[in-house]
Ligand binder design. Structure first.
Ligand SMILES: Cc1cc2nc3c(=O)[nH]c(=O)nc-3n(C[C@H](O)[C@H](O)[C@H](O)COP(=O)(O)OP(=O)(O)OC[C@H]3O[C@@H](n4cnc5c(N)ncnc54)[C@H](O)[C@@H]3O)c2cc1C
Length: 449
């Protein structure tokens, strides 16, 4: 069978993209290497859309939660992942969790039975030179294809990613304790938020890092060396009591205005400082500089909330380490997920720099719809940035800082802020606005069904 679109990778994103294109009437060749003699280091089966780790699609609350809102939008766009998820659903309170085998079996069945889809068990080693293509090979893209993508995008453009630092919602930082200043007042003088620590607080924090429970390495991860510039904070702490004070928690050149003296009226230097750097253009998310970590998530929340100024911190993302292949999408992709230097190729899923099952599926859904619009010769308009899909897409294709681009879950920090709404009502306001705008976007009818 000839095909209209070649999709490479039958994970979450590739499966969803294939479904969307096939439902729109286009013929799809879906190449998946598992089942054809290849396997990734994390997958266990040949099933399409296999969940490699937890079985959770996270919160299903579409009234106060960003990922719940994403569920809502995907359901409204006939998402196969959400449909199969519903069939395989297991009890998990307000979260949506699934029986992973039933889920993967249902996605596989739906795609293999579809008259417009041909599933081929093959590994693809080079980017196709022509013809509409969607690459959805995920964080564990096979090496030869990764090299081929790297050759087209330019050396160094395909990031091999080992560590991520936590990201904090700006409005949860206590600015009566923290202050804004760049070290030695460089840059515009106020590029960082600084959280001060006394010696006593630093010693307790250091001890907490050493004692904190860490996640263990998978065997294949253990062989991945740390980049020196990306060392987990607890590994640095193990090197010596003051290593952090000469590294990411360096206090020099930062005058704490809450601690002025006659000699230093602008404020004295603290024993140690935790710095946060703006992470998105909206200024709603701030990254804890140098705080990449393998501490368990609950432990991170507990320990990082002992940092003065972060007592009530809400985390848009917690730190972690695992192998991850992703593009510097804000630089390399256009607003329709197409490679600027080879626009017949779209990317979808985690390789674009979104993070998580649901987000990867949502970007697969959008890539499928965009390709369908292009093939049908219809103009495409992306969902508004006030919606979950629109916010995620905008982050990937241009809003994020390209120089420090890191994988991201959906969260309200990616949405245009609503400062006029009281904090307590803000989450509801984001979802109300998102649903209304998503409904209006669908009603415009410019999205190929
Ligand atoms: C160790 C680990 C743990 C994770 N834990 C979680 C978690 O708990 N919760 C969560 O939400 N997310 C988790 N993630 C992230 C999650 O895996 C991804 O968000 C999601 O699976 C990405 O979907 P995707 O379709 O982009 O990639 P995948 O689902 O990985 O699908 C990519 C597919 O492409 C295939 N492929 C790769 N290269 C080729 C090639 N050259 N030719 C043909 N096929 C190829 C692969 O076999 C795979 O089936 C984890 C990731 C890893 C690596």
């Amino acid at each position: 069978m000839t095909h209209d679109v070649h999709i490479i990778g039958g994970g979450l994103a590739g499966s969803e993209a294939a479904w969307q294109l096939a439902q729109a009437g286009f013929a799809v060749r879906l190449s998946e290497m598992r089942g054809g003699g290849d396997m990734t280091p994390a997958h266990q089966t040949d099933g399409l859309a296999e969940l490699v780790c937890s079985n959770s699609f996270r919160s299903d609350d579409d009234e106060k939660n960003a990922v719940g809102l994403l569920h809502h939008e995907m359901r409204r766009m006939d998402s196969l992942v959400m449909r199969a998820g519903e069939m395989a659903r297991v009890p998990a309170g307000s979260a949506m969790a699934v029986d992973r085998d039933l889920f993967s079996a249902e996605v596989s069945r739906a795609l293999e039975a579809h008259p417009n889809i041909t599933v081929v068990r093959e590994r693809v080693d080079t980017l196709p030179a022509a013809g509409p293509t969607i690459v959805a090979t995920g964080p564990l893209t096979a090496a030869a294809l990764a090299d081929s993508i790297g050759a087209v995008t330019g050396a160094g453009a395909l990031a091999f990613f080992d560590a991520i630092a936590p990201i904090v919602h700006r409005d949860s930082i206590d600015m009566d304790i923290a202050w804004m200043q760049s070290r030695w007042d460089k840059g515009d003088g106020k590029d960082y938020i600084n959280c001060p620590m006394t010696e006593e607080q630093y010693l307790a924090f250091h001890a907490g890092l050493l004692a904190g429970e860490k996640t263990s390495f998978k065997e294949w991860e253990a062989n991945t060396p740390y980049f020196e510039g990306c060392m987990p904070i607890e590994v640095m702490a193990e090197r010596g009591l003051d290593t952090l004070r000469y590294g990411p928690m360096k206090p020099v050149g930062l005058d704490n205005p809450r601690d002025p003296t006659p000699e230093f009226p602008q404020g004295r230097w603290c024993h140690a400082v935790v710095q946060l750097r703006q992470d998105n253009k909206l200024g709603t998310l701030w990254n804890m500089v140098g705080f990449q970590t393998k501490l368990r998530h609950a432990e991170q929340v507990r320990l990082f909330r002992t940092i003065p100024g972060l007592e009530n911190a809400e985390f848009a993302r917690l730190g972690g380490l695992h192998r991850n292949t992703f593009l510097n999408s804000p630089t390399l992709l256009d607003r329709q997920l197409r490679l600027k230097v080879a626009p017949h190729v779209r990317f979808a899923g985690q390789i674009t720099g979104c993070e998580g099952y649901v987000e990867s599926s949502a970007i697969g859904l959008l890539a499928g719809r965009m390709a369908a619009a292009e093939l049908a010769g219809r103009p495409w308009q992306s969902p508004p940035r006030t919606t979950a899909m629109g916010a995620l897409l905008a982050h990937i294709t241009g809003d994020a800082e390209a120089s420090d681009y890191q994988p991201m879950n959906i969260n309200f920090g990616l949405f245009p802020p609503l400062p006029e709404v009281k904090k307590k009502q803000r989450k509801e306001a984001y979802t109300d606005r998102g649903k209304a705008d998503f409904g209006a976007w669908l009603a415009e009818g410019r999205v190929p069904a």
